[in-house]
Write a protein that binds this ligand. Structure first.
Ligand SMILES: C[S@@+](CC[C@H](N)C(=O)[O-])C[C@H]1O[C@@H](n2cnc3c(N)ncnc32)[C@H](O)[C@@H]1O
Length: 248
């Protein structure tokens, strides 16, 4: 559970700059999504997205925040991976919101020869990595391992991997990766995860870096930029707060 005090800190820290008039509009996307006015939101008319988003939301992963913009980008990236060879990977899963949404959106259980690796401690950011912006999330994530196991029990090809990044990465080395989502809220482990999986990604596969372009996570952006420079692959900064990379 996200405690009240933490929630207040979080809301103060996340750069939501929605104009007041828009906040009152019934169409406004509120909560975490800063991209909420003056642009169209076509995903809201996509019945498949609506259903998948509802499945993700039902896990309780997003604490009732609207994350539709970011979620729609994750779905788009997963859709690219659907027709590529290789497995799906999410690093930073919490209660499985994005992952459950992706499973629904791409019909993951119908895809042959694909596994979906979900990597997390399932009990929060390890103490050693609670520095910089990550320090704000001290005590925010409770133990959710059993709930996540239950959520994905119906899906044989979803693999729940419990462990701390980067140490656990050596145990997850798929031959090919077709979709990568990194959402750890912490700098160095995000960079290490990108460096681990990027060489395994097939041509056309997309990586979504969930916190890359939030002002709050400047330390994460710096770490990911350094990793991307080493990999020789640029990151596209998105107004949703995310970063996007396409394997060429
Ligand atoms: C923002 S949440 C992920 C949200 C998730 N993508 C969703 O759809 O709701 C961040 C998660 O990263 C995990 N995490 C952070 N640092 C980690 C690390 N070094 N190793 C493993 N898990 C970590 C936390 O336990 C937490 O569940």
């Amino acid at each position: 559970m996200l405690g009240r005090a933490r929630l207040a800190d979080y809301l103060k820290a996340v750069p939501v700059r929605m104009p007041r008039w828009r906040r009152r509009s019934p169409d406004a996307l509120q909560g975490e999504d800063p991209v909420s006015f003056a642009v169209a939101t076509p995903f809201r008319d996509d019945a498949a997205f609506r259903r998948a988003y509802a499945a993700g939301e039902a896990t309780g992963s997003w604490w009732g925040f609207d994350v539709e913009w970011r979620a729609s980008i994750v779905c788009w990236a997963a859709l690219q991976g659907r027709s590529l060879e290789g497995d799906f990977v999410e690093v930073g899963v919490h209660r499985g919101g994005y992952a459950r949404m992706v499973v629904d959106y791409v019909g993951f259980e119908t895809l042959t020869g694909k596994s979906f690796y979900l990597i997390d401690t399932y009990c929060g950011i390890p103490a050693a990595h609670r520095t910089g912006a990550a320090a704000l999330f001290d005590g925010v994530y409770g133990d959710c391992y059993e709930d996540v196991l239950r959520t994905f029990t119906p899906f044989d090809t979803v693999r729940i991997v419990r462990g701390a990044v980067p140490e656990v990465l050596d145990t997850v080395r798929p031959a090919r990766v077709a979709f990568l989502s990194i959402d750890l809220n912490s700098a160095e482990p995000s960079a290490r995860a990108l460096e681990h999986f990027w060489p395994l990604m097939v041509q056309g596969a997309v990586a979504v870096l969930d916190d890359y372009n939030f002002e709050l996570f400047a330390d994460q952006r710096a770490a990911l930029d350094a990793a991307a420079a080493r990999l020789g692959a640029p990151i596209l900064a998105l107004p949703s707060g995310q970063g996007l990379m396409v394997k060429r």
